[in-house]
Write a protein that binds this ligand. Structure first.
Ligand code: ZN
Ligand code: ZN
Length: 90
């Protein structure tokens, strides 16, 4: 939920659109938890990075592919409700 606000205006950045496309393709355009295809798929960050030197969070496309995963809307919100995404200070 919070991520939506945080990433809000960045979701239309071409770097994110490219990254998102690649992750969706890797995950066969389906939710990795329930296998749902189509509809609105989200890319979830398993970890957030906070760059100490710049005192800011890394941009959403600035993550290695292994930290990103495809989820449907309901698995995504359920996941965020249950777990807090760990923040790594880099
Ligand atoms: Zn799902
Ligand atoms: Zn997420």
């Amino acid at each position: 939920m919070k991520t939506k606000v945080y990433y809000g205006e960045k979701l239309f950045d071409p770097r994110w659109i490219e990254k998102r496309k690649r992750i969706l393709h890797r995950d066969n355009n389906q939710c990795v938890i329930c296998g749902k295809t189509g509809g609105k798929l989200h890319i979830h960050h398993k970890q957030y990075h906070f760059i100490k030197r710049l005192q800011k969070h890394a941009d959403p496309w600035d993550y290695q592919d292994s930290l990103l995963t495809t989820l449907c809307e309901s698995c995504h919100s359920r996941g965020h409700y249950r777990y807090k995404v760990p923040v790594k200070y880099i």
